[in-house]
Structures are given as C-alpha cells and as structure tokens.
Design a protein around this ligand. Structure first.
Ligand code: C5P
Length: 393
C-alpha cells in the first residue's frame, strides 16, 4: 500500500508506482486530501491499475471499511511522501482520515510501516520533527531517508524524499532476511586497469555487475559492506561503502587493509594477472621507422590468496571465470588459494550480462545455481555463505 501525504514530492510518487510495479509489486494507492492538491488520483489510478482511495467514507467497499480491507491485503504500508504534519499525527495514533486510519488499523505484526520523509530542511531539523520520528521508530516504523540536496523551496539540506528507485530498493531490501546482520563483508569487483603510459593500459571486459550485486545482496542481508571497485561506471548499491581503485596493487593494498576486520571476503574482481614492469612517464609515440614497443610484464599479487593466508582470515569466497571444465578449474583454485568456497561461471556467458549461472564448489561437492538475474544469484550466494558461517561458529 502506497500512502501519499501532502508535499511537493508527491510528483515523484507517480514514478515510484511505476518502479514498484516493474519490480513485481501490487500497488494500492491511498492519499490524503492534502496530497490531492499536488497530484491527482487519476494519474495514480492509471499507473497502479487500481482505484485510488482518498476518503474513509468511500462507499465502494461493501462493508465501507477501506481502512480494514486495504491493510489486511498489504504486506507493507509505505508513506511517500511523509509530511511533517502527517508524521505528527501518526505518532499520536490519530485517525481522522483514511490514511492515518489505515496506519493505525494495520496488523502491526505482519504489515510493516515505512515512511519516506519529505520536507524543507528547517522542518526536518526542528526538534519537534526529530522527536516525532524518533518516537515513530520506537513504535516500530522504518524511516527511509531523507536524502540531502536541492529542495523545491530553493534551499539546500536534509529533507528531500529519496528518489523513486532508491525507495524501491529500500523496500526490496526491507523484505530480505537479515542473514548477515552484524557481519562485515568485503567484496572486490570489476576489472583492474594496469597502465602502460598515461593514456593506455591493460584491462579486461569484466563489467563489475556480479560483484556489485553481491555487495548489494550482502547489504540487504544486514551486513556492513565495503566494496573495492575497479574502474566501472556502475551505481553504488545503497548502504555500501565503496572504495574505487584502479590497479591490482591498489586493490591488493586496500583489501589487505580491510580484510583483518572482515568476517567474509568475496573476491569477484577480474584482477589483471600481469602489469607492465615499467610504466612510461609520457605517451609512447608511434613514428615512422620506430620499432614497435615490447613490454615486459610482471605478475600481480594474488589478492584472494594473500587474504586467505592471513593469520585469522575472513571466510573467503573466490570466483572462477572459465571457458570450459568449470568444476575441474574451480577445484584447482580451491586447493591453490586455500579457500573454502569457489564460485565457478563461464566467462563469455557472464561478462557484461545481467544474468548468469553459477556452480558452487567446495570440499564436499558441487551445487548448481541455475541461470537467473545476478541479484537473484547474489542473494542465493549470500544465503549459502551465511549458512557456512553459522556452521563454522
Ligand atoms: O585463477 P585466478 O587466479 O584468476 O582466480 C580467480 C579468483 O582469484 C577470483 O576470485 C579473483 O577475484 C581472485 N584473484 C585475486 N587476485 C588476483 C587474481 C585473482 O584476488 N591477482
């Protein structure tokens, strides 16, 4: 159930309905009279493909109890935008119009209340608002945001409603089991780039999508996540600490600094095996008659093996991107790198794609995770890691 209270961020609710529906949700909209000043019920009905409820006196339901019927069908109520006034009302348990009535009437154990504040920064910072939100959280609600930045009033600060795609991701994350709560997870992702001169370098075609999906899934599962990202142009998953690196040596140094305080290390990155021994200080020029340059390569450090060799290593998971003999290669890596779990996938069938198929290989055997979206596989992998962690302790 998506509830709109009055605020200019109502214009974003239309996009939010679209995002939620695209993500597979059924969206039932209810809105306050104040919200109707900002966006029409017609727009939201058209986008949600369901009649919108605006009044507690709506006679369309046979029993005339929209506040009961709507909340018995809902898995969650998301109030977006949540105005300062509406929140003030909720925490007092007031119920003088449909939306606040529905919030009060919801089955508190199986219909979560999430609120996305949207207001001017002074209104957000006011002690009354802060007190009200703190009380709402104490009463069991989840507050999403607010964001920070330009406000419709022209001021800049805290109080912006999160963007529709951010609210969608927050809501999806809310429903994931918190299998890694309290755990620290370190993930490497993407390619590395090994410079030849100031404008050229050696790299590979890893997109970083699998590693970013794993970082997102771990964060959804309640972990504190650090993502060491090679040069990729992907958006950082919410609540993930991202550290951008370029070369294998930089990734190695960042990983070894973070690994001792991590519970889990997932090495998804396609680290370049070699780097150029001496990087030219200026662009190597091509000229008539000049000999074609030859590069001496040196081997890069093996980040995963180095982390696994630490005196108290985190639970280490490696990846194997192969073109054939998946399981045999994965077994060889399991031995060589001395890690408890290797995830094998076919390189050409994963690089750059949004889906993948994985084979988990450990000392006990193999398990296939059939082709699915990378985020779906990442959640399955997180569940596998969580199960192994709990067996270890
Ligand atoms: O066979 P390879 O050494 O490429 O093994 C791949 C696995 O090892 C991946 O998990 C990859 O992230 C990790 N790796 C690493 N550092 C390297 C090479 C590979 O962490 N220099």
């Amino acid at each position: 159930m998506l509830g709109l209270s009055g605020g200019i961020a109502c214009y974003k609710a239309a996009e939010l309905v679209r995002e939620l529906i695209k993500a597979g949700a059924t969206v039932q909209v209810a809105m306050t009279e104040a919200a109707e000043h900002f966006i029409t019920a017609v727009t939201l009905q058209a986008l949600s493909n369901r009649p919108v409820f605006t009044s507690q006196w709506d006679a369309r339901d046979h029993n005339n109890m929209a506040h009961i019927n709507l909340t018995r069908e809902a898995d969650a109520i998301l109030i977006a935008p949540a105005s300062a006034d509406f929140i003030a009302k909720l925490l007092h348990g007031r119920a003088d119009e449909l939306l606040s009535l529905a919030c009060l009437a919801r089955p508190i154990d199986r219909c979560a209340l999430l609120v996305a504040p949207a207001m001017n920064r002074e209104m957000w910072a006011h002690p009354a608002t802060q007190r009200n939100f703190a009380q709402l959280v104490a009463d069991g609600a989840t507050v999403l945001g607010p964001g920070n930045g330009d406000q419709a009033c022209g001021e800049i600060g805290d109080g912006r409603m999160l963007e529709p795609h951010e609210l969608r991701d927050e809501l999806i994350a809310f429903f994931q089991p918190k299998l890694l709560a309290g755990k620290r997870v370190l993930v490497t992702a993407g390619p590395t780039f090994e410079p030849i001169d100031p404008v050229r370098g050696l790299t590979n075609r890893s997109s970083g999508k699998m590693g970013f999906a794993i970082a997102r899934a771990a964060a959804e599962a309640g972990a504190d996540v650090t993502l060491l990202a090679g040069p990729v142009a992907l958006a950082t998953p919410r609540h993930v600490r991202r550290v951008d690196v370029t070369t294998a040596v930089e990734m190695h140094d960042a990983a070894l600094a973070a690994a001792p305080s991590s519970d889990v290390f997932v090495a998804t990155a396609a680290v370049a095996d070699w780097r150029v021994a001496s990087v030219a200080g200026s662009k190597i020029k091509k000229a008539e008659g000049r000999v074609v340059p030859a590069f001496e390569l040196v081997e890069n450090p093996d980040i995963l093996a180095a982390v696994a060799r630490l005196p108290k290593p985190p639970f280490c998971v490696g990846f194997a991107a192969e073109s054939e003999n998946l399981v045999a290669h994965a077994r060889e890596k399991l031995q060589r790198k001395q890690v408890p779990l290797i995830v094998a996938n076919l390189g050409p069938a994963t690089f750059g794609r949004d889906d993948n198929a994985l084979t988990l290989v450990d000392a006990d055997g193999e398990r296939e995770l059939p082709r699915a979206e990378k985020i779906v596989l990442a959640r399955q992998l997180v569940a596998e890691i969580a199960a192994r962690l709990s067996r270890r302790t």
